[in-house]
Design a protein around this ligand. Structure first.
Ligand code: SF4
Length: 636
C-alpha cells in the first residue's frame, strides 16, 4: 500500500462510514456533522499509522531477503491492511465522536445513537476481515491471479448492477400510491442490506473460485467447467447478482425490517395517544385571558456594505390569547422585520441583536434550531403579502397543505388514522379538504390537485391562509395579507379571518399600513415608526384620542367620505434612512411639536392611561413645562 493507495483507502473508509450512518433510521443516526468530523479525523490518523507501518514493513522486506522475512512483504497486502484500518477506526471513532458531540446532545442520547452505528459498523469490519483474510492467504500460498483484469472487472460489474437494482427498487416504490409505499427508512435498510449481502456473496465466491477451486479442482476433474463460467460471462453475472439481490432484499424486507417497523409504529401510536390525551387536558386548563406573546426589547439590525440598518430598535409589546393586535406604520418602519424576527427567519445580513420573544412562557430566542422548527409553522404561522411567491409552484396545493399536517401533527394524524382505520395520508387529505371547504373554496377536492398558478389571486391567498391555519396555531402573523387583493376579495378574506379567529381562538398579529382594516379587525393597535413602537393601546382610544403626533398625523391623513377638505392632510417630510436615523426621537424632523430634548434624547415609553403606552416627550413629567409651551405654540 503506497501513499496514494493509503490515502484512497482512508477516504474510502470515511465515505463508507458516512454511508453506513445514513442507512440507519433518522432517530438513531449519529448527528451528521459530528459524525463527518470524527470520521474524517479518525480516517486521517489511521492513514498516518498505516502509511508508517507500510513503509516500515516495506523497508524490512527490502533489506532482508531471507525466507523468514517474506512475511513482512505479505503483511503489506492491500486488503489485509484495509481490514486493519477498519478495526482501528472502531477504536478511534467513538473517542472523537464523544469529543465533537460535546454539548450537542445529552450523553445517553449520544450513546444510543453511536451504539446503533457501532453495531452496523462491526458487521462491515467482519466482511473486510473475511476478504482481507482470503487475500492474505492467497499471498501467503503464493497463488497468482491468472486473469487479473477479469477478476477486478467482476467486482466492478457486480457493483454497477447492484446499484442499478437499487435505483429500480426506489423508482418502483415511488410509482406506488403514497399510502402503499414502503417507508423510506425500511426501504433503505432492505435495499442496502440486500445489496451488501449479494455483493459479499459474489465477491467471496469470486475470490475463492478464482484463486483456489477453479485451478486446483474443477479444472482437472472436467466434471463442471466452472473455470469457463469464471471467464465472467456477463449474462451469468447479471442474473446471479440481481437474483441474489432480489432474494435478500425480499427476505430482509418481509422478515426483518417490516415487522420491526410495524412494532415501532405500534409503539409510536401508543405514544401518540398518550401525548394527544395530555395535550387535550393541558389545553382545557390553559384557556383563559393569558398573555400568549410577550416581546421585550427586540432589536434587529442588518449589516450592509453601506452601514448598519437599524430596522427594529427595542420593540416591546404583548398579545393576549384570542386577541388581534394591529401593527401599523408607513412602509419601511420595521413591521415585517418584527414579524420575521418572531419567527426567526431574518436572513443574513440581518441579525437579531437582543431582546426576548416569550411565547407561552418560553423565550424562543433561546431555542435550538430543531426547537425553532417545532414552533414555526405549527404554534406560530405567518401569512405573507404575496401568495404566489410564498406557495411552491412545483407542488400541488394538496401536497403543500398535507405537508404541514405531516410535519407538525403526526401524533394527531396517527390517532385519527387508527380510530378510522385509514392511512395517515388519507386522513391528512380529508383534513386539508375540510379546511379548504371552511375557507369557502368551491370544489376543494378538485383544488387539492391543482397547482398554485391555476388559481386566482384571492383563491391563492385563501390557500395560504388554509396552510397558516392547518395546525390551529396559537398565533397567526398576517403580514399585509390583503394588500394585493381587490376590495371585494379583501372584505371576504377579512371576514373569513374573523370567523376563523373565533372558531380556533387564535391570536393574530395583523400587520398593515391601512388604518381602515385595522379599525375593522383589531382589539389593540401598536403604531410603529422608524423601528420603534411609538403608541400602543386600545383600538377605540387610539381612533378617538390619539396621543403621539405621528399617530395623529396618520389618522388625520385618512380621507373621510362626506367630509369636505380643501387639501388632503399629509405628514410632512419622508421616512428617515435607517442607516443614518435622526438622533433622539426619530420623528423629530417631521414633528410640529418638536422641542428641546426631542433631537437629543430617545423618548421612553410612558403609560398615559391604564395599559396604554406612548413614547413621546410631550407626556414625560420631566419635560412638562417645555411640553406645554410647545403645545401652545402649535395651537397658535
Ligand atoms: S418626542 Fe418630540 S419630536 Fe418626538 S413625537 Fe414627541 S414631541 Fe415630537
Amino acid at each position: 500500500m503506497s501513499l496514494i493507495e493509503a490515502l484512497v483507502a482512508a477516504f474510502a473508509l470515511y465515505f463508507i462510514t458516512g454511508f453506513l450512518n445514513n442507512v440507519l433510521r433518522e432517530e438513531v443516526q449519529v448527528n451528521k456533522r459530528v459524525h463527518k468530523l470524527s470520521s474524517l479525523v479518525s480516517a486521517l490518523i489511521i492513514f498516518g499509522i498505516i502509511l508508517g507501518v507500510r513503509l516500515l514493513l516495506g523497508s524490512i522486506s527490502h533489506f532482508y531477503i531471507g525466507v523468514e522475512y517474506y512475511l513482512f512483504r505479505y503483511l503489506t497486502n492491500d486488503f489485509f491492511l484495509f481490514a486493519i484500518m477498519t478495526t482501528l477506526f472502531l477504536r478511534l471513532h467513538p473517542k472523537f465522536l464523544k469529543k465533537f458531540s460535546k454539548n450537542r446532545l445529552p450523553d445517553d442520547e449520544n450513546n444510543i445513537q453511536s451504539e446503533h452505528f457501532r453495531r452496523l459498523y462491526k458487521k462491515f469490519v467482519i466482511i473486510t476481515w473475511i476478504i482481507g483474510g482470503i487475500f492474505l492467504s492467497s499471498s501467503l500460498l503464493q497463488i497468482p491471479l491468472e486473469s487479473g483484469d477479469k477478476f477486478y472487472l467482476g467486482f466492478i460489474w457486480a457493483m454497477l448492477f447492484i446499484g442499478f437494482a437499487i435505483i429500480i427498487t426506489q423508482v418502483i416504490n415511488k410509482t406506488r400510491p403514497i399510502e402503499k409505499r414502503i417507508p423510506k427508512f425500511v426501504l433503505k435498510q432492505a435495499m442496502y442490506t440486500g445489496g451488501l449481502i449479494s455483493f459479499g456473496i459474489w465477491a467471496i465466491q469470486l475470490i475463492i473460485v478464482e484463486l483456489y477451486i477453479s485451478r486446483y479442482i474443477f479444472k482437472d476433474l472436467f466434471l463442471l467447467d466452472i473455470y469457463i463460467l469464471y471467464e465472467q460471462d456477463i449474462r451469468i453475472l447479471i442474473v446471479a447478482v440481481i437474483s441474489l439481490y432480489a432474494i435478500f432484499y425480499y427476505i430482509f424486507l418481509k422478515r426483518v425490517f417490516m415487522p420491526r417497523a410495524l412494532e415501532r409504529s405500534e409503539l409510536k401510536i401508543q405514544k401518540a395517544f398518550e401525548v394527544y390525551d395530555k395535550k387535550q387536558s393541558e389545553e382545557i386548563r390553559s384557556v383563559g385571558n393569558n398573555v400568549i406573546l410577550n416581546v421585550q426589547d427586540l432589536t434587529t439590525y442588518f449589516y450592509t456594505e453601506e452601514g448598519i440598518v437599524k430596522a427594529v430598535e427595542g420593540v416591546s409589546f404583548k398579545i393576549q390569547e384570542g386577541e388581534t393586535l394591529g401593527l401599523v406604520g408607513e412602509t419601511g418602519c420595521g413591521k415585517s422585520v418584527t414579524a420575521l424576527s418572531i419567527l426567526q427567519v431574518v436572513r443574513p445580513p440581518g441579525k437579531i441583536e437582543k431582546g426576548k420573544i416569550i411565547f407561552r412562557g418560553e423565550d424562543l430566542l433561546q431555542r435550538s434550531i430543531s426547537g425553532i422548527l417545532e414552533y414555526r409553522g405549527k404554534d406560530i404561522t405567518m401569512i405573507f403579502q404575496d401568495p404566489l411567491n410564498s406557495l411552491n409552484p412545483v407542488f400541488k396545493i394538496g401536497t403543500q397543505i398535507t405537508e404541514t399536517y405531516l410535519l407538525h401533527m403526526e401524533n394527531e394524524l396517527l390517532v385519527e388514522a387508527t380510530k378510522q382505520d385509514k392511512s395517515i395520508f388519507a386522513v391528512a387529505r380529508e383534513w386539508g379538504e375540510q379546511l379548504l371547504h371552511d375557507l369557502n373554496i368551491p370544489f376543494p377536492e378538485l383544488i387539492f390537485d391543482q397547482y398554485p398558478h391555476e388559481l386566482s389571486g384571492g383563491m391563492r391567498q385563501r390557500v395560504q391562509i388554509a396552510m397558516g391555519l392547518a395546525c390551529s396555531p396559537k398565533l397567526l402573523i398576517a403580514d399585509e395579507p390583503t394588500t394585493a387583493l381587490d376590495v371585494t376579495i379583501q372584505n371576504q378574506i377579512l371576514k373569513l379571518m374573523k370567523e376563523l379567529k373565533s372558531k380556533f381562538n387564535t391570536s393574530i398579529l395583523f400587520i398593515t399600513h391601512d388604518l381602515g382594516i385595522i379599525s375593522k379587525m383589531c382589539d389593540r393597535v401598536a403604531v410603529m415608526y422608524s423601528g420603534f413602537i411609538v403608541e400602543n393601546g386600545d383600538i377605540k382610544k387610539i381612533f378617538i384620542k390619539p396621543y403621539h403626533p405621528y399617530t395623529r398625523g396618520l389618522i388625520g391623513s385618512v380621507p373621510i367620505v362626506g367630509k369636505k377638505r380643501r387639501r388632503l392632510e399629509v405628514i410632512k417630510g419622508m421616512v428617515p434612512n435607517l442607516i443614518y436615523p435622526p438622533s433622539g426621537c426619530r420623528f423629530h424632523p417631521r414633528c410640529n411639536y418638536c422641542f428641546e430634548p426631542c433631537d437629543s434624547k430617545v423618548p421612553k415609553s410612558i403609560e398615559v392611561e391604564p395599559d396604554y403606552f406612548v413614547a413621546c416627550h410631550l407626556y414625560d413629567a420631566e419635560y412638562k413645562e417645555l411640553a406645554e409651551i410647545s403645545i401652545k405654540k402649535v395651537g397658535e
